[in-house]
Design a protein. Structure first.
Length: 207
């Protein structure tokens, strides 16, 4: 497969579809193993995320990023980045390191410029994630070394990504980000995911 803008859009659609399948299987507590398996697309395996890096674009894509990830470290380990949900209605996500020109950070800049939808794998327990999708990069701040991540709009509401029985298409995903988390849906979703992760068996978490 030759990377290109057309492929990028198709890969995003397939990635959203795969995340929806994982959501249906695991609910709000996706084990890393299921995410790391990726998905098949045109005869190739496409990764959804990378264990070592929070900002991720698969090699088959040419621009932007496909996903960002925040982890919950295991007991005794320190969290490298303090990515938080703001009361003003967005997630503040830290750059990779302190160089705005780093390739990962340039990918975030491209996502901001293109307003391309992506996936946020938000850690709710060690090796367990809640997927928030689609999200958009609403700001790219070289001085603060961070971006703002905002959940996006989908035809029929953001819940339609998970509730629709039909295939997801890019035409249903608005490139205009939501400007508020005030309905509390994302916050309550993450809270439910954390409870689910706590009650999951170790085997389910590491699968």
């Amino acid at each position: 497969m030759t990377p290109g803008v057309d492929n990028d859009a198709s890969i995003r659609v397939a990635a959203f579809q795969r995340v929806r399948e994982l959501e249906a299987r695991f609910g709000g507590a996706m084990p890393w193993g299921a995410i790391a398996a990726g998905f098949d697309f045109q005869g190739e395996n496409i990764l959804l995320a990378n264990r070592a890096r929070g900002i991720f674009r698969p090699r088959q894509m040419s621009r932007g990023v496909l996903s960002v990830k925040t982890t919950v470290p295991r007991e005794g380990r320190e969290r490298r980045y303090d990515d938080i949900a703001s009361e003003d209605g967005f997630f503040e996500y830290r750059f990779m390191g302190d160089d705005p020109g780093h390739g990962d950070n340039r990918g975030l800049r491209e996502a901001f410029e293109d307003q391309s939808p992506l996936i946020y794998f938000h850690g709710v327990a060690p090796s367990v994630y809640q997927a928030i999708s689609p999200v958009f990069v609403a700001d790219w701040d070289a001085k603060a070394l961070s971006v703002k991540i905002i959940p996006g709009e989908v035809e029929g509401g953001i819940r339609a990504v998970w509730q629709s029985q039909g295939p997801i298409s890019m035409s249903r995903i608005s490139v205009k980000p939501c400007r508020s988390l005030t309905d509390g849906w994302v916050t309550s979703m993450l809270r439910r995911a954390r409870r689910s992760a706590i009650h999951s068996s170790p085997a389910a978490i590491t699968a």
